[in-house]
Design a protein around this ligand. Structure first.
Ligand code: FES
Length: 153
């Protein structure tokens, strides 16, 4: 690479060839979140087996390239994890897996994290279980404290 760009090669790869794009029939859990500031929306579907392991994850987004790439990586990371472990797939973990993200795009990775949480929440509610540490999801990530912390506001 002759030029230093804002986006890592890994991020570009997940943007150009996103993994796990699509919908799922009868998902174990599904969640949709949006960001009112940029108007982007993310929907996450999870297929979870009887051992509470994520077998399949799919996503659809009306979002920017960073949202596509972070969701793609997030779906890859949650597969094979228990629902409890899937909670640890934070936006920081996703960013690390993508070799970083430009600061102005950090909120995009929060969309993926919140969408996973919303899908896990839906799964927990349907199955009447508690996933420790999982908070009720917000519909608009703009409302989260984390978002403001990351924006330095
Ligand atoms: Fe909205 Fe990236 S600009 S998710």
């Amino acid at each position: 690479m002759s030029q230093v760009t804002e986006y890592s090669e890994k991020l570009m790869d997940h943007f150009m060839n996103p993994r796990n794009v699509g919908e799922m029939e009868n998902p174990s859990g599904v969640g949709t979140v949006g960001n009112a500031k940029c108007g982007d929306i993310m929907r996450m579907y999870l297929d979870i087996d009887e051992n509470r392991v994520v077998k399949e994850a799919k996503f659809k987004t009306f979002g920017c390239g960073a949202a596509v790439a972070t969701s793609s990586m997030a779906t890859e990371l949650v597969k094979g994890k228990t629902v409890q472990e899937a909670l640890e797939v934070t936006n920081k973990a996703v960013m690390e897996a993508l070799d970083g993200l430009p600061p102005v795009k950090i909120h995009c990775s929060l969309l993926a994290e919140e969408a996973i949480h919303a899908a896990l929440w839906d799964y927990a509610k349907k199955n009447d279980i508690v996933i420790e540490g999982l908070k009720e999801p917000v519909n608009d990530i703009d409302e989260t404290e984390e978002f403001y912390k990351m924006q330095g506001e």
